[in-house]
Design a protein around this ligand. Structure first.
Ligand code: GLY
Length: 391
């Protein structure tokens, strides 16, 4: 049975309105972890895919990320469909990363470290307890640890930490290697990746399709296009006649060379996070600055991280970071991603604005977008992520 026949049969399941069966490759704008993950999933499902990346794949927010897969530590507020999206994506990760590994034949770090969310005062424990209560209802593995139990888990942690929420299921990946493996996996699946394409813009938008013009690599016509261009997605506001309030929030990070002392878990606090990476570094992040598209680091941003990481781990007092960098997180006005097909321009699907959770959300985003393209009902409720909600 041909792919077109399969897709036509699936049309009877029709989720939202979609254009005619694609006869040109699906075109994904953006070769970060979101764009490449969508490409990988769609290629696995038999679609022809092109990825247009302005610079090098994984060169923006993806490459700068500390790679934490930590929804329970990062989302402390009440549960909602965003929490469900993150929770679901974390559960997909073990199989997802294994598939990337198998198809690409490349190795990358995926460490099942667990995490500790710290409290420094007895009063802060109340917040940990209420978080634990609602998260338990969602099946999250978690417990509060104190005293010797906490020191056993993390021997070099400051004595100032009185308790922590321990999440054994939070993990981390080394994103520069992971994204290279994902890129190789896409290529093995036949995805056509166009790197260094320059700016991509919509030259023609009609009911039948789109003509995308790139700064460096010519034009590409397509029936359907996915915008996965992170903090740059707002540049498509005008041609799409749509409000796309996505803006860059800079995250500054620094890294120390690891000596004898290892940090065993991802350590979260209200001020930032610290973790040991498999490449022998200790990474500390991250600031949240408004600095436009500037990816430089600042003395103020890095010194705050240094101060805080030394407070958490006094052995860092003898060390200076050897490397500092910054990435631009794609933030949206309400903090939630834009996921879905545009009702007024159904050839275009949005998959942008993942803010602090792009690495974590990549598998679920890939599956949701592939479902939308195939006309299937996605496994998660997307109402909250409607790309038209800011109109
Ligand atoms: N998810 C961690 C960060 O955005 O810094």
């Amino acid at each position: 049975m041909g792919i077109l026949t399969t897709i036509r049969q699936r049309e009877s399941l029709s989720f939202p309105a979609r254009p005619a069966v694609p006869h040109s490759p699906l075109t994904i704008v953006g070769g970060g972890i979101i764009g490449l993950s969508i490409a990988f999933e769609c290629a696995k499902r038999g679609l022809k895919v092109i990825v247009l990346e302005k610079t090098a794949c994984g060169g923006q927010a993806t490459g700068a990320a500390a790679g934490m897969l930590a929804p329970y530590s990062e989302i402390g507020e009440d549960p909602d469909d965003f929490f469900t999206l993150c929770h679901h994506s974390l559960k997909l990760y073990p199989d997802w990363q294994q598939e990337v590994r198998t198809v690409s034949g490349l190795a990358f770090e995926y460490t099942r470290s667990g995490s500790l969310y710290l409290a420094f005062h007895e009063a802060d424990e109340l917040a940990l307890k209420s978080r634990l209560e609602w998260q338990k209802e969602w099946g999250v593995q978690a417990e509060i640890v104190r005293g010797q139990a906490l020191r056993n888990l993390e021997p070099h942690l400051t004595q100032e930490a009185v308790a922590a929420l321990y999440y054994p299921d939070e993990h981390h990946v080394y994103t520069p290697d992971f994204v290279q493996a994902l890129l190789a996996a896409c290529e093995k699946m036949g995805v056509h990746i166009v790197q260094h394409a320059g700016e991509v813009r919509f030259k023609e938008v009609t009911a039948d399709g789109l003509l995308l013009e790139t700064g460096e690599k010519g034009c590409f016509s397509t029936d359907q296009c996915v915008l996965a261009s992170g903090a740059w997605t707002s540049f498509f506001e005008e041609p799409l006649q749509l409000r796309l309030p996505i803006f860059p929030i800079r995250g500054q990070i620094c890294a120390y060379e690891q000596g004898q002392e290892e940090i065993k878990h991802i350590i979260f606090s209200s001020q930032g996070y610290v973790l040991s990476k498999g490449n022998g570094t200790i990474v500390c992040g991250a600031s949240e600055d408004i600095a436009g598209f500037d990816t430089s680091t600042t003395e103020k941003g890095i010194s705050r991280l240094v101060k805080w990481s030394r407070y958490l781990f006094p052995f860092l007092k003898d060390k200076e970071p050897f490397h500092c960098w910054a990435g631009l997180r794609p933030a949206t006005q309400d903090g939630y991603p834009l996921l879905g097909r545009l009702r007024h321009q159904p050839n275009v699907i949005l998959a942008s604005g993942h803010y602090r959770n792009g690495i974590l959300l990549s598998p679920v985003t890939a599956k949701v977008v592939a479902d939308i393209i195939e006309g299937r009902q996605p496994a998660v409720n997307l109402k909250m992520f409607d790309p038209l909600r800011f109109q």
